[in-house]
Design a protein around this ligand. Sequence first.
Ligand SMILES: [Zn+2]
Length: 562
Amino acid sequence: MKNIIISLSTAMILITGSCDKKEVADLVILNGKVLTIDKVKPAAEAIAMKGEIIIAVGSTAEISGYVKEGITKVIDAGGRLVIPGFNDAHVHFGPLDPDYIELRYTTDPTVFTEKVRAQVEKSTPGQLIRGGHWEHEMFTDKKWPSKDLIDKVSPENPVLLSRADGHSVLVNSYVLKASGITKNTPDPFGGEIQKDPVTGEPTGIIKENAMDLIRTGEKNTERTADQEAERIWQGYLLALKDARELGVTSIQIPGSADFEAYEKLQNEGQLTSRIDIGEPLTGDTVILNKYLLRIKKYPKEGNWIRFGYLKAFIDGTIGSGTALMFEPFADNPATSGLAMMPYEDFERMVVAADKYGFQIGVHAIGDKGNNWTLNAYEKAMSVNGKRDSRHRDEHTQTLLLSDIPRFSKLGAIASMQPTHCISDKKFYEKRIGSERSKGAYAWKSLAESGANMAFGTDYPVEPLNPMEGLYASVTRKDRLGEEGEGWFPDEKISMEKAIEYYTLGAAYAQFMEERKGMIKQGYLADIVITDKDLLTIPENEIMKTRVDYTITGGKIVYTSGK
Ligand SMILES: [Zn+2]
């Protein structure tokens, strides 16, 4: 009897599913080349959406049945590629500053002088001048910039110009003076005040923990609180506009950000990307209890503003020569990098936060930094027991080859940013030699080991545009498209895989793979239509690919008009 009931109800579901009385969709996409990232049904032509949710995926003929004139909005994809919305698993997202001096891709350091001069002219004395994203390895002479470039044009203003990785900053003499940094100031633990080898004077380059010594001595800019709040609000709107134009429908912010600001954006109907926000890792149970309250307010079950993971830094970067390595740097044998804290302290924090059930994400760049991170996760598992913790290794840049299989064993996630590879590869072998570079950005080896991977950008260290990451993943070549097979070409992955790590992989990293990251019935309707077919175009077209439609939660939040 029981069996009959079950088969009857199954039959009824089948009948309802195939009869003509279909639900009416709010929005459909027809005539697309849909890459669903759903292994069960990898390809389709059309999608029906109702409210925030995908209600059907199928052929154009099937999905046309969900269209009702006057109610359903129809997008004719005209054969274009349709993929899940991009989910940036590591992005330092926040309000943009309209006065920020952009130095990305600068090859001539005298540009610093000109841009700072121009900004000083627009400013009042004492007003802080900010800028960055420079990368001295891109300079023709590859030398670290110094305060001499900016001192003469900024005698009365503090200037802070961050390196692209944010782990070093160039300051002018105004700031050095305000900070009390002189030739006699010792390097703090985990930091460096770069000094001229001849004179011993600070060069203006301050690295890692030494940045804590910086006091800008800025004089308050004459803005009312309202003006300042408005400026920040506009900054958020600018940032969200960038994200939706690039097809980024989900954003995972490492470390803390302003939950309330995003709530306000949501309440005013301005939030067009879903946001995860974390907090700094701690072992302090008073603070961990506070985090528990916060996670209640922004729970994992939410779809828009959610509490993410607890973030820590174990080391610095390869570019700044501060990544924690087992062996000294090839180009500077005096150092093997900087640990941001002793291992024992780190492990204690990881074990304590894991016990509370938090997800943890650790910035790890050097082979030893990554090894420590995995060791701490392993320790947490042995002390607190195995659970679905999905602890994250943020960047996973340089691995001992023997550490690669540990990711799948520990259920840890390799959260990686493919563009770092093509930005850093020009100095990687110089810094650590080619043998150790075999474990750098080892996407293919990680994938083959069964590791879960999530892709992102680390914006603003790298540009927010996901197309650059996709290009990096499949080419491992610089942005100009050099000759040859790319850097350690065995680690290249396919375009499908790269898109998967940028969508489903990133959703898995935030415990959302059951409702986001695929174009599948019942999933959140976060979808992107691109103007070129990423799956078939030549390499040099990938970064030129633009987004024609961005749909977040079933709403068209951006269209190019094409
Ligand atoms: Zn980062």
